[in-house]
Design a binder for this molecule. Structure first.
Ligand code: FES
Length: 101
């Protein structure tokens, strides 16, 4: 399993785990995080928006043009913003922290 943590809207960090190949969204939902994922990973809702720890952002596959287009619509997006439904976990991401905006 891949260890990660989510920083909730209250600022508290909660540990979680992901299986290799699982999306960050799925891992967050399984850990009880309030990540809606309304569109089921179709990149049409942005309810899975997270802010990735800067130390890990370059380890992620770059966002697709479709993901970038969706993030352009997110009012509080930063350069560390990603759609959790598009992040596929692997062992290199062990220790990743994602903040819920
Ligand atoms: S679940 Fe809708 S954009 Fe990620």
């Amino acid at each position: 399993m891949i260890a990660l943590s989510f920083i909730g809207r209250d600022g508290h960090a909660l540990p979680a785990e992901a299986s290799p190949g699982e999306t960050l969204l799925r891992a967050g939902q399984r850990a009880g995080q309030p990540m809606e994922g309304t569109c089921g990973g179709q990149m049409s809702c942005a309810t899975c928006h997270v802010l990735i720890d800067p130390a890990y952002i370059d380890l992620l596959a770059p966002p697709s043009p479709e993901e970038e287009d969706m993030l352009d619509l997110v009012p509080d997006a930063t350069r560390f913003s990603r759609l959790a439904c598009q992040i596929v976990m692997d062992d290199r991401l062990d220790g990743l922290t994602a903040r819920l905006p």
